[in-house]
Design a protein around this ligand. Structure first.
Ligand code: GLN
Length: 476
């Protein structure tokens, strides 16, 4: 029996190269868990039929002494990241049956490393949402309380990792979709600096915000995946090569900035989230960090700004789904009717955002809404740049509330409000990670979000590995 609960990528790698078990046995162990739990949790939309074949390939690599850190590591992949020859639906009916004609660059890199793909995971349709309730294929349930949501939009990936249905996973993060489900499920989620991971092969939502990021059990595991998938890519002109050396040498005492006014002195934050945040700060202080109050005056505009820029970009990106080039086509009498009928395959939330996005881009409103949001985005970015002159990292809770009950947030605005702490990093293009920080009295996981300056991903990992240990420590 392989102890999956406490398994990490490093542990699995050591066991594989030392011959304690094979990649095939490891894959079998995960397939058995999936068989047991996926029916209830609905983390996977599809478990690949050739998992054993992939694992055997990895075993060959290991036997030939060619194994890297990720060889034979079983991963789950969000349903909006393309794997050649496999279906990808972005959890939408409009892409039902669509088969990816090429690999996303991140997937290609993981394939080269010998990773094993277990299957594709459920998400909110086109990554629009924070609960996976917007999936066209049913909700994903939180393994800590199956009456509650997993978070989203990468809910299936987070549940796969949290419930031992995969050792790590890929998600995508446009406004929090890797970090928030990670926090709801008690695992680690990392959103890289914008462009650090190629977007080629990621089904686009908001192109200036979208990032592929890892979900894993530890900060180190997230870093191992990130190190494999990062890098400049000719197929994505916005991709960049990050420095691997610290641009900022670590100061003697870690300086942690907290925008108190923004994150605590406001209404709508769950009292247990505030308590957990305060307790986390005390643990970081115990770990010899200096806590500094930072002013980010324009953060108050972040949510409004995100909910203009994201739908504007999404409405443009989703125009390509017209029944001609991708997925099914609802055929009727003539071309234009076919178009309308096919477009009706989009779910409610996606339609809402297309309409909103088209509206804010329309003549007469473009300057008033879209132009203003872009101006506010520059101010938010400048606020962060100024703050990072004073501090090494900035921390806020990942989510203002823990996982909510399935069906509880009927009103879309109340769901949008839950994105308050995560959208800022996407608007500013900076790296951010969610680390488990504690639990509510009823046992729901909570996460602490830590952000660093643009391009400081390496630094953020170096800082967070010891902080993760400090956060896990109990205070008396
Ligand atoms: N919850 C946010 C939204 O609904 C974020 C989505 C995402 O990051 N893909 O837009």
């Amino acid at each position: 029996m392989i102890a999956l609960k406490t398994l990490t990528i490093r542990k699995a790698h050591n066991a594989l190269v030392n011959g304690e078990y094979s990649a095939l046995e490891l894959a079998e162990a995960y397939l058995a868990e999936i068989e047991k739990k996926n029916k209830e949790l609905n983390a996977y939309l599809e478990v690949f039929a050739d998992v054993r074949g992939q694992a055997k390939e990895a075993d060959k690599k290991i036997k030939d002494g060619k194994a890297g850190m990720l060889t034979g590591i079983p991963l789950a992949v969000k349903d909006n990241i393309l794997i050649k020859g496999r279906r990808a639906s972005a959890a939408s009916k409009i892409l039902e049956g669509y088969v990816a004609p090429y690999d996303a660059t991140a997937i290609q890199k993981l394939k080269d490393a010998g990773a094993v793909f277990l299957g594709r995971t459920n998400c909110d349709e086109f990554a629009m949402g924070g609960s996976t309730e917007n999936s066209a294929y049913g909700v994903t349930k939180n393994p800590h309380d199956t009456n509650r949501v997993a978070g989203g939009s990468s809910g299936g990936s987070a549940v796969a990792v949290a419930a031992d249905l995969a050792l790590a996973a890929l998600g995508s993060d446009t406004g929090g979709s890797v970090r928030q489900p990670a926090s709801f499920c008690g695992v680690v989620g990392f959103k890289p600096t914008y462009g650090a991971v190629s977007r080629s092969g990621l089904i686009a939502m908001g192109s200036s915000l979208d990032c592929i990021g890892p979900i894993a059990k530890t900060v180190e595991d997230a870093k191992l995946i990130f190190d494999c998938i990062r890098g400049k890519d000719a197929l994505d002109s916005t991709s960049i090569e990050l420095l691997t050396v610290n641009s900022k040498p670590p100061t003697k005492k870690l300086k942690i900035g907290i925008p108190w006014k923004f994150c605590i002195a406001r209404s709508g934050i769950d009292t247990e989230v505030i308590q957990d945040f305060n307790a986390s700060i005390e643990k970081l202080r115990d770990a010899n960090a200096e806590i500094i109050d930072v002013e980010l005056p324009n953060l108050q505009y972040a949510l409004a700004c995100y909910y203009i820029i994201m739908p504007a970009e999404a409405s443009a990106n989703l125009a390509r789904f017209d029944g001609v080039k991708y997925g099914p086509r609802v055929s009727g009498s003539n071309g234009i009717n076919d178009y309308f009928k096919t477009r009706a395959l989009f779910g409610k939330e996606v339609r809402r955002r297309i309409i909103l996005g088209t509206y804010v881009l329309s003549a007469g409103y473009y300057d008033a809404y879209y132009g203003k949001a872009l101006a506010a985005r520059s101010l938010i970015r400048a606020d962060f740049e100024k703050a990072f002159d004073k501090v090494d990292i900035i921390t806020v809770p990942t989510s203002p509330i823990p996982a909510w009950k399935i069906g509880e947030k009927e009103d879309p605005l109340s769901a949008y409000l839950a994105d308050i702490f995560t959208v800022t990093a996407n608007l500013a293009g900076i790296p951010a990670i969610s680390i488990p920080s504690g639990k509510t009295k009823s046992g729901l996981p909570l996460g602490l979000q830590i952000m660093a300056g643009a391009g400081e991903d390496e630094n953020l990992f170096n800082i967070c590995i010891p902080l993760e240990a400090a956060l896990l420590r109990k205070r008396d």
